[in-house]
Design a protein around this ligand. Structure first.
Ligand code: OGA
Ligand code: MN
Length: 217
């Protein structure tokens, strides 16, 4: 497990702290060099709390549904592959959700400026993993569909305990990998094409907002 521990520490020091984030604004060199970027304190703890409350309200009124795998008419529930429930961020939105979309719009414009990615919109959902759930190793681009260009995940876990499972595991070439703990306020974004990743089974409730910046093509 030594490799895992050092990967985890690498991940948790990358871009840590809001001061680092401030310095990093306008610079996504890590995304373009490694295909992966991690930013802590992407949103304040107050904003994170508001989003948690939005998600709780939506869950209470039944907006969440069991996530399914596959595409279109072949969608199916396969809990051994994917055990989360999701809820799309669609109108009518709460104020905190609108504020998040504004922040992500800044990120989209930044990425287009720096990387000429041609990102033109964002699809976004909450994902809630109950204890025991995970998401097996997968790609975010469905076969033959390449319009998802940048995957993003913002974690909404206020008091995440290390070693509670639930890490995001990002695989590299040669089956090496990098693990990221789903700490509240942390944003992970990565180039979607070819990047296999998994959510390791979590021991605690694990909440995030995740989605994709898309291009037209
Ligand atoms: C996904 C996904 C990663 C995470 O929703 O497709 O891979 O850390 N999420 O929640
Ligand atoms: Mn994914």
């Amino acid at each position: 497990m030594a490799a895992e521990a050092s990967e985890a520490s690498k991940a948790s020091t990358a871009g840590s702290g809001s001061a680092d984030h401030a310095r990093a604004v306008g610079s996504h060199a890590d995304l373009f060099a490694d295909g992966i970027a991690v930013r802590d304190g992407f949103l304040s703890s107050l904003r994170i709390r508001e989003l948690i409350e939005c998600a709780q309200l939506r869950r209470a009124r039944g907006d969440f549904g069991a996530a399914r795998v596959g595409a279109d008419r072949r969608l199916q529930r396969r809990e051994e592959i994917r055990g989360d429930s999701t809820c799309w961020l669609v109108e009518p939105l709460f104020a905190a959700e609108r504020a998040l979309l504004r922040r992500l719009e800044e990120l989209r414009l930044d990425l287009n400026r720096e990387g000429f990615l041609g990102l033109f919109d964002l699809e976004l959902h909450y994902a809630w993993y109950p204890p025991g759930a995970g998401y097996a190793r997968h790609l975010d681009q469905l076969q033959g569909r390449t319009h998802r260009k940048v995957s993003i995940v913002l974690y909404l876990n206020e008091a995440w305990e290390p070693d509670a499972g639930g890490k995001l595991r990002l695989f590299g070439a040669d089956d090496d990998y990098r693990d990221v703990e789903p700490v509240g306020g942390r944003l992970v974004y990565f180039l979607t094409a070819g990047r296999e990743h998994a959510v390791l089974p979590t021991q605690c409730d694990r909440l995030s907002v995740s989605g994709w910046f898309r291009s037209r093509g």
